[in-house]
Design a protein around this ligand. Sequence first.
Ligand SMILES: O=C(O)CCC(=O)C(=O)O
Ligand SMILES: [Fe+2]
Length: 379
Amino acid sequence: MNCVQYYEQPPSYEKFLHHHLIPNLPALIGPSLTAEWEATKSWVTVEQDKSDSNRSRRIPNYEHLRTIYGSCKVQVADCNDRYFTDQKRSEMTFDDFVDLWQKDTGKSRFYLKDWHFVQARPEIKAYEVPKIFEDDWLNGYWVGRKMADGSEDDYRFSYMGGDGTFTPFHADVYRSYSWSSNICGVKKWTLFRPGQEHLYKNKRGDLVYDIRNVDPLEFPDFERAERIVLYQKAGETLFVPSGWFHQVENLGPTISINHNWTNSTNVEKTFESLANDLVDVRHAIDNLEDEMSPLEFVEQCQDLLHVHSGWHWKLFIEIAQSAVDRAGEESRPGREFEYECLRRVIKKMEDNEPLLIKYFEYKSLDCLDQLKHTIKYGL
Ligand SMILES: O=C(O)CCC(=O)C(=O)O
Ligand SMILES: [Fe+2]
């Protein structure tokens, strides 16, 4: 696998399922997929080249974007300021961000990322979720659901930034898939297939931050990691599979819309990722283990997992239940396939986490029993 399959027209769901979701391989889809989106039409404008009247380029329609989103609060990363494995972020209004963006000629620093832009203005229908990405357990669970504090969560984002802004080397949260549609500009993606993770870490276990600047003394094996470089042009959509590490660099002013998502085809990977996070959490508070009962310790770990990863096992099970409850939707692999994936996950959970199962019983949490019942007897 050293290149990414390109589709002029989006493939059928069946083809996407068997050639990309199940084998966990990337795909790039041509601009026909996004041609009719409101964002494609109104978020960009054409600028004539001052020195050559025959040439023009598409740039962000800054004024239009300000009219819609100007007063919204956004988080902006400073690409010149590393903060642990990410970039330092600060909060400002969208208008203030666009001021910085427009001033920032040459290499840009400020990158508006992971912006929950649908939540900011839900009445604006800037895009449509493509059919092949519709089977989405994360947004299917979260969208429209209020959390305890009244806020909502979702995994629907926009990214905006000038030439040179970038996202450091990472794999996506919970080993989720992502799809990313470029509205304007070009994104350079460097993708690393799974199975090479041992090459990315230094002696302390820290990960490479910027693949353009890796100290060979600190990361002597990184150069051996196989990679695929691709340039995603305006209108194109990239499917990033589960657990593929990647770095993204923007060429020219760039705007994209993306979702993180999971479904039955990567639920086992999501489970493994959360199980690994739980190992870290347990390790971080193992000094407390002797001070409490085993079930109290399980509870502490679950609470901390929620803070650290945004999920715990109860939520994971509820997300799966909500997905199986919505069975019958189009663009899904079929009930038996989904139940089989969940059976494997539940077996792992029961084999590896006997205390957790006891904890559910002790707390009278019936989510796991309910999910097992659905999988056994159907809805
Ligand atoms: O566009 C970017 O800067 C990052 C996007 C990304 O990492 C993703 O879609 O998974
Ligand atoms: Fe990513």
